[in-house]
Design a protein around this ligand. Structure first.
Ligand SMILES: Nc1nc2c(ncn2[C@@H]2O[C@H](COP(=O)(O)OP(=O)(O)OP(=O)(O)O)[C@@H](O)[C@H]2O)c(=O)[nH]1
Ligand SMILES: [Zn+2]
Length: 391
């Protein structure tokens, strides 16, 4: 059930080289990865006749410092400076987890139209002291390892409202938080999250809370055919296993209101209230569009023997109530339903697998007992409505 580091590395490697459906531009960027340190944001220095170094290109901002974008509000980016001495994996904040050095930054003009989102690794110049009123500039964005998207459904009536949006960058893991009772688990929502995760090549982790109130048997049975990793949580649960799964990587947490997300974040990151408070002073006020906040997890040693791995980041997404999937193709949707894939072997070419497809092989295959009826129903529900309004 529990993934190992090796498996994760394979996933990352596949992500870098594998083609992405319908995203030629992304692929180009990925292929150009080798040159990214010296891309269009850098100046060309003409080799002179003098004794200047013969380097043909040189980064324009050699003194830029690495930082991690933890929040976005009102066109400003709240960044945490990364400790240069511990700049491996997802990075460790300068100043420590409890009191990270927060720097407010704006985009530099030279970034052009490139977006900056929570989870991005950026490079800052200018005033990076983090003092009141200090403003740094983001001059570079590191190549993204992953991009979690959703189709925004806040306004279904306008083209803009239906735009595909990047939720977070560089996530390794999608933590789907669902309570077993109060509110009851919604497998439709979990299914939707699984599709988003597999589409983005991010491994899912099911986090079932309130196991003191109800048994997980039914939910686990529903996902029996998927090799889905999960953890059970209750108020007195030991979080060591979860911490282990969150270590050394970037995780995004999603879940409906009331499932116990805040409770969990506060247990995982006792300093969270303060850290989020700091961010809120800067711009998480009433009129902001902030929908994600990244928090650095305390080192694993806090929970037992130090396992040597760097602590990870957890990105809470309080503003995200649904996962519109209109940007995911019908075929890609099937990635979230690997238990059904075999049943499509006998489908006619280009079968859409919808109820309208009279010759779709799925219903007979499922009726023969190869998969759970509810899974087919959920898949077809997602197919029919990918905008995200129902669950
Ligand atoms: N019985 C039980 N109650 C829990 C557990 N976890 C959280 N709760 C309770 O569930 C309620 C909701 O918890 P929150 O942490 O506020 O849930 P949330 O997902 O952050 O909800 P929003 O703040 O609305 O997004 C609170 O009253 C918690 O005390 C649990 O494991 N067991
Ligand atoms: Zn079919």
């Amino acid at each position: 059930m529990v993934s190992d580091g090796g498996g994760r590395q394979r996933t990352v490697a596949a992500r870098r080289t594998g083609p992405r459906h319908g995203r030629g531009a992304t692929e180009g960027v990925e292929l150009a990865g080798k040159r990214r340190e010296y891309d269009e944001e850098d100046v060309r220095i003409r080799p002179g006749r003098s004794s200047r170094p013969r380097t043909r290109t040189r980064p324009r901002h050699e003194d830029a410092v690495p930082a991690f974008v933890v929040s976005v509000a009102r066109g400003r980016y709240i960044c945490v400076l990364i400790d240069l001495d511990r700049d491996e994996g997802p990075g460790v904040p300068e100043g420590g987890t409890d009191a990270p050095a927060l720097v407010t930054a704006m985009r530099a003009r030279e970034l052009g139209r490139k977006s900056v989102v929570v989870g991005d690794r950026v490079f800052l110049v200018g005033d990076t002291t983090g003092r009141d009123g200090a403003l740094a500039r983001i001059v570079r964005i590191d190549e993204r390892r992953s991009v979690l998207r959703r189709t925004a459904d806040d306004d279904e009536t306008t083209a803009e409202g239906r735009l595909e949006r990047v939720v977070v960058a560089n996530a390794d893991q999608l933590v789907i938080v669902s309570s077993l009772a109060d509110p009851p688990p919604r497998t439709g929502f979990i299914d939707r999250c699984l599709v988003a995760a597999y589409d983005a090549n991010i491994s899912p982790l099911l986090c079932l809370t309130k196991s003191d109130l109800a048994s997980p048997a039914e939910v686990l049975d529903y996902y029996a055919e998927l090799d889905l990793r999960y953890v059970l949580l209750r108020p007195d649960a030991d979080l060591a296993e979860l911490r282990q799964l969150l270590g050394d990587r970037i995780s995004v947490m999603v879940g409906h209101s009331g499932v116990g997300k805040s409770t969990l974040v506060n247990r995982l990151v006792p300093a969270a209230a303060r850290a989020v408070g700091t961010v809120s002073a800067i711009g998480r006020g009433r009129h902001t569009s902030t929908s994600a906040v990244a928090l650095h997890l305390p080192p694993l040693s806090a929970d037992g023997p130090d396992r040597g791995g760097a602590a990870g980041w957890i990105i809470d997404t309080p503003g995200i109530r649904s996962f519109g999937l209109a940007h995911v193709s019908a075929n890609s949707l099937l990635h979230g339903f690997s238990d059904l894939v075999e049943g499509t072997v006998d489908c006619p070419p280009n079968c859409e697998h919808t109820a309208a497809e009279a010759e779709c092989a799925l219903p007979a295959w499922v009726a023969a007992g190869h998969a759970d009826q509810r899974r087919l129903a959920s898949y077809r529900r997602l197919l029919a409505s990918r905008a995200g309004e129902t669950e």
